[in-house]
Design a protein around this ligand. Structure first.
Ligand SMILES: NC(=O)c1ccc[n+]([C@@H]2O[C@H](COP(=O)([O-])OP(=O)(O)OC[C@H]3O[C@@H](n4cnc5c(N)ncnc54)[C@H](OP(=O)(O)O)[C@@H]3O)[C@@H](O)[C@H]2O)c1
Length: 295
């Protein structure tokens, strides 16, 4: 029987997003059968991807093979840094739609606030990009729009001009990295928080406190970590290339962490902080050199 993850979060425009989704990316591999299994056998109805993950075409095939109707799946994709700017954003969204074989995205995000090396006015480029996102939303190509990895200062910048506030900010969020001030800012501005790397890419699975709770609740470490996100009302998108783990990660709706245990997990980041993801200008410069070398 499928473990249907039914709990949803309602975005500020009324769109519902399942609180649990399946992450995908090229890092650590993409697995076709795991995605088909997630949709067909485990009841996942939310998939997170990005142009950058190089698997939009593969996802199109997996969705088709699963037999699940397009309208029953919440699909998120993201605009990569190289495509910031008004025209480039619109063209990139169109390409993502084509790759995924869909006529609309449920959520489209600006992947990072970091602009390509040599950008003369970063703020203007981000604002111009947001204007294009708003147009995509108003034209019905995206049911919701948002940002990812935006700090308060980037959101404040957009706030000066937005006519549609971002519906979502997708940020790194796990027991070793919990930006409480940013989360509060987003909530004060009706921006839903989506957390990525819920398992801190596997690191938190060996945490002593998590292991203790795993014994206490008779659940796996991964289920404790995902459940912690859900009880914090953070939309969460664990990724696995293995069918048994995809199922395990979906079985998180039939137990409850106590308030005390939630507090313990909430506080871990204060004594141990690990930030796993970044997108510096240096990283972008390096990437551009690699692309030039490989043509
Ligand atoms: N917006 C952004 O900038 C951004 C950045 C990073 C990630 N993301 C999104 O967030 C998703 C999740 O992040 P992530 O993949 O970096 O980290 P994650 O979900 O915290 O961890 C994934 C890692 O944990 C392993 N794993 C998964 N389930 C497991 C289980 N039940 N038991 C043991 N190990 C397990 C996976 O290995 P196996 O595959 O071998 O199971 C993989 O190595 C991504 O796929 C992507 O969609 C967004």
């Amino acid at each position: 029987m499928a473990d249907v993850p039914t709990k949803s979060v309602t975005l500020s425009n009324g769109t519902k997003i399942p609180i649990l989704g399946l992450g995908t990316s090229h890092e650590g591999g993409y697995c076709h059968s795991a995605v088909v299994y997630a949709l067909k056998d485990c009841g996942y109805r939310h998939i997170d991807t990005a142009k950058r993950y190089r698997c939009e075409d593969a996802l199109k095939k997996a969705i088709e093979e699963s037999g699940v109707k397009r309208e029953d799946i919440f699909i998120t994709s993201k605009l990569w840094n190289a495509e910031l700017g008004h025209g480039a954003t619109k063209a990139a969204c169109q390409r993502s739609l084509e790759s995924l074989g869909v006529t609309y995205l449920d959520l489209y995000l600006i992947h990072w606030p970091t602009c390509p090396p040599g950008t003369p006015d970063e703020k203007s480029l981000r604002i111009e990009t947001w204007k294009a996102m708003e147009e995509l939303y108003k034209d019905g190509l995206c049911r919701a729009i948002g940002v990812s990895n935006f700090e308060i200062e980037h959101l404040e910048e957009l706030k000066e001009v937005w006519t549609v506030a971002p519906h979502v900010n997708q940020i790194e969020h796990h027991i070793y990295y919990r930006p409480v001030e940013l989360i509060q800012y987003c909530r004060n501005n009706n921006i839903c928080v989506e957390g990525y790397c819920p398992l801190s890419k596997g690191l938190a699975l060996d945490d002593a406190i998590v292991k203790e709770l795993s014994v206490k609740y008779q659940r796996t470490a991964s289920q404790i970590l995902i459940r912690w996100n859900i009880q914090n009302e953070i939309i969460t998108i664990p990724k696995s290339t293995k069918e048994e783990r995809v199922r395990e990660n979906s079985q998180v709706f039939d137990f409850h962490l106590s308030e005390e245990d939630m507090e313990t997990l909430n506080d871990i980041h204060r004594t141990r902080t690990v930030k796993l993801c970044s997108c510096s200008q240096e990283k972008l410069k390096y990437e551009r050199r690699c692309l030039e070398m490989t043509g």
